[in-house]
Design a protein around this ligand. Structure first.
Ligand SMILES: [Zn+2]
Length: 432
């Protein structure tokens, strides 16, 4: 048995926010009660967590683990290690591997790798279309049987609306959410940054907000037509937020996520110093899809997360090597690491009063658990698996390259000072 004492326990699933003790036995939460309640119980381990926060283990519905196919960038093992170091006890990897996770064999391979890594719980996301080519549906039923928890062609928007409609009809049969990377590929083609002040200043073609708005509107229309659960990945525009708000008011099963980088950065971040190797261009660590948008968009995303219009935060952890990033801005790969920086960045928003503790934790626990249909996770209720995270909100540190356990190191946050750190992560009763 393990006893955790004197922590501030915050569990939005049961409305808990108080100083409490927790007893863990045989991989499950045995009981939670007032400090001192379990002092008479014989335990193998006891931890005094005064000053710390304990929350249900965090769940990230949007990561790229790169295995199979791109093991020089990340593997299921290294990505899962980054997850538990970052406070995440469950992660859902996207299907854009090589081969693509569009059939049960690849799904089983990823689950096998996760089992041997024995770190975070891994819930694969299956592709919507074969090879993510947008031409014919993937083996949705077989993948569902093997254990996928959602469908997505993330990164390769399904431009064929009839095919997306069919995918949603199938998804509904298996109660799987369809996760949409909402981007009109024709509008964003050849545009490495958002259309706006900075693209004009630097002379790059711009990706307009309309690229997202059009596809968010389409997914909502298809949700209305099919009744499938639709989840909008990494929302980046105020127009996208407004459409999601209205869809929710209409009672549609639409949910949305935002990344920490879209909450913390905006298009002006691109002006902060060029790359060491290729001069006179923005740092490619600020290049992502969707791109960093305007300050108004950033403010709308923060407000939407606060109010619950945006349900959850996902890292979009996207490891890339130097050959993908140390090139011209137009050619550089999209995306940055996220698993180890998401929690410290969100704690910054809590510290600054932008986000409440309970809303931050809800967006990393209850909301993602609901999306993936993980009924036992995202909660500290007695009898549930002992997946939890211990945070120290007062530790100050500067993020160093060597702190990142990913194979890749593409993060614009290296060198940034943080207040608030993940101390320990427990999965199924074991410290990881
Ligand atoms: Zn995406």
């Amino acid at each position: 048995m393990i006893r955790l004492k004197n922590a501030r326990v915050i569990d939005p699933s049961s409305g808990l926010d108080a100083e409490l003790d927790i007893l863990v036995e045989d991989g499950v939460i045995r009981a939670i009660d007032r400090p001192g309640s379990f002092d008479g119980t014989a335990v193998a381990e006891s931890h005094d967590l005064s000053g710390c926060v304990v929350a249900p283990g965090f769940i990230d519905v949007h990561v790229h683990l790169r295995e199979p196919g791109f093991e020089h960038k990340e593997t299921v093992h290294t990505g899962s290690l980054a997850a538990v170091r970052g406070g995440f006890t469950a992660i859902a990897p996207m299907a854009n591997t090589d081969p693509v996770n569009d059939n049960a064999i690849v799904t089983r391979f990823i689950l096998d790798r996760a089992r041997s890594a024995n770190l975070a719980r891994v819930y694969p996301i299956g592709a919507v279309t074969k090879g993510q080519k947008g031409e014919e549906l993937a083996e949705i039923g077989l993948m569902a049987k093997e254990g996928i928890r959602a469908l997505s062609d993330d990164g390769m928007p399904v431009m064929n609306s009839a095919l997306m409609r069919r995918a949603m009809e199938y998804a509904r049969m298996f109660d799987l959410p369809v996760i949409s990377h909402a981007e009109d590929a024709a509008l964003s083609k050849g545009a490495p940054m958002t259309e706006g002040a900075v693209s004009s200043l630097l002379g790059y073609p711009g990706n307009p907000n309309a690229s997202e708005e059009i596809m968010v509107a389409r997914e909502i229309a298809l949700c209305r037509a099919t009744g499938a659960r639709v989840h909008l990945a990494h929302l980046s525009t105020r127009e996208g937020v407004a459409l999601v708000r209205r869809a929710k008011e209409d009672g549609l099963p639409v949910t949305a996520e935002v990344t920490p980088h879209h909450l913390m950065l905006n298009e002006f971040s691109l002006l902060k110093g060029g790359h060491e190797c290729v001069h006179h261009q923005p740092r490619t660590d600020y290049k992502m899809a969707p791109p960093l948008r305007s300050e108004q968009d950033q403010e709308a995303l923060r407000e939407a997360l606060r109010s619950g219009v945006i349900d959850l935060v996902a890292s979009d952890h996207a490891p890339h090597g130097c050959v993908d990033k140390e090139v011209e801005f137009e050619l550089a790969a999209n995306g940055i690491l996220g698993l180890q920086t998401t929690v410290p960045l969100l704690l910054e928003l809590v510290e600054r009063g932008v986000l409440s503790w309970s809303r931050m934790i809800e967006s990393l626990t209850v909301a993602p658990a609901r999306l993936l249909g993980l009924r036992d996770l995202g909660t500290l209720q007695a009898g549930k698996p002992a997946d939890l995270v211990v945070l120290d909100p007062n530790v100050e540190f500067r993020l160093r390259r060597e702190d990142l356990v990913s194979i890749s190191e593409n993060s614009p946050f290296i060198g940034r000072k943080f207040k608030g750190k993940v101390l320990k992560t427990m999965v199924g009763g074991d410290w990881k």
